[in-house]
Structure formats: structure tokens, C-alpha cells
Unconditional design. Structure first.
Length: 193
């Protein structure tokens, strides 16, 4: 009797998980804007060049970021804020500053940053540990976020991401991404058809 109940609960759980995953796959993150700038005020900034933006395809936009350094960077901090704008007050999902070398090495991280690091491995040549080397071009190309890999999010909402690299309390560069979660065209046709 107990085993039967347990089997029924397990089957319902598996069904719900598959159903929720399928529902999440009907949505995608559509990037609207990606800009970045460097701190040119300080002469001590080791950043040689930085370029970032979106590809030109408006239906399947992907992010790209490329930078190179004038000197080797042995330690840095990484700061990220993920905000979900609301009418009355913005909801801050994540506001974290962490040791950049630990982030690269995938140590001591909250699950959302660990997932981000794993996705970064797919789209970039960022090192798996410090340092960032002198003169080597680092890049992230063709980045698209798979919503199936992240925890539940409110669907059809706007997302704002600010991130930056900091060394010795000095901002090296900062990036801004605006995007929104939307239902895919195929999901709209399935629902109406």
C-alpha cells in the first residue's frame, strides 16, 4: 500500500517536472540592448580594448563581448546586479560582488552564479582560473540563455543586468544588458492551434 502511494507520488512528480520544463521551453530570453564602457579616468586601468554588442539578427539575438589587457590581471572582483523592473519598485533578484578568481574556478558560488559560469564555458574562452593574461584576446560569442537551465522566472517580463570587473577598488569596465522573457512563436501557434 505504502509502495503504491510512493509510486503514484513519484509519477506525478516526474510528470509535473516534465510539464514545467516543456512550458519553460516555450519561452526565450530576447536581448534588446548590450552596451559596455571602460573606466578611462585612471591610467592604471589594465584594459587595452573592449567591444560588446548584439548580433544583427533581430529574431535570434546573441551577445558578444571581446576585450584584451595591457598587463596580466592576477586578481579582480566581479559584480553583478540582476533586476526585474516593476511599476512601483524594481525587484532585485541578485546583487553580488564576488572574488573573480573564485568565480572563474567555480568555487564557493551561489547556484545561479555557478550555472552562469557553466554557460560561460560554452560561449567563451575565459580562463578556468586566474590570471587573465597580457595581450590575449578574451571573448564571449554567440551567447544565448537557455531558460531550462535556470530556476523559475516570471514569464514575459523585462530583465536588466549590470555587471562589472573591479581591481583594487577601481572599475575596469562595466556592462549593461536589457532583455525580456517572451513566448516563442512556435508556442503561440501550439496554443492557438
Amino acid at each position: 500500500m505504502y509502495a503504491t502511494r510512493l509510486a503514484i507520488v513519484a509519477l506525478i512528480s516526474v510528470y509535473l517536472q516534465l510539464h514545467l520544463t516543456a512550458a519553460k521551453n516555450d519561452f526565450e530570453l530576447q536581448f534588446e540592448n548590450f552596451t559596455c564602457h571602460r573606466n578611462d579616468v585612471s591610467k592604471a586601468n589594465p584594459l587595452q580594448s573592449i567591444h560588446c554588442g548584439l548580433n544583427k539578427n533581430p529574431k535570434r539575438r546573441t551577445l558578444h563581448l571581446e576585450f584584451s589587457l595591457k598587463e596580466t590581471v592576477h586578481e579582480h572582483d566581479f559584480h553583478i546586479i540582476i533586476t526585474l523592473p516593476r511599476r512601483t519598485m524594481d525587484f532585485v533578484l541578485v546583487n553580488v560582488t564576488t572574488d573573480g578568481c573564485q568565480l572563474l574556478a567555480n568555487k564557493y558560488q551561489i547556484p545561479l552564479l555557478r550555472i552562469s559560469r557553466q554557460m560561460l564555458d560554452r560561449y567563451s574562452n575565459f580562463p578556468s582560473q586566474c590570471p587573465f593574461e597580457l595581450g590575449k584576446p578574451y571573448y564571449m560569442r554567440g551567447f544565448r540563455l537557455d531558460l531550462g537551465l535556470i530556476p523559475a522566472v516570471m514569464m514575459e517580463t523585462q530583465v536588466v543586468v549590470e555587471f562589472g570587473y573591479i581591481r583594487q577598488q577601481e572599475q575596469l569596465f562595466q556592462g549593461y544588458i536589457t532583455a525580456h522573457v517572451q513566448r516563442t512563436t512556435g508556442a503561440k501557434q501550439k496554443k492557438s492551434g
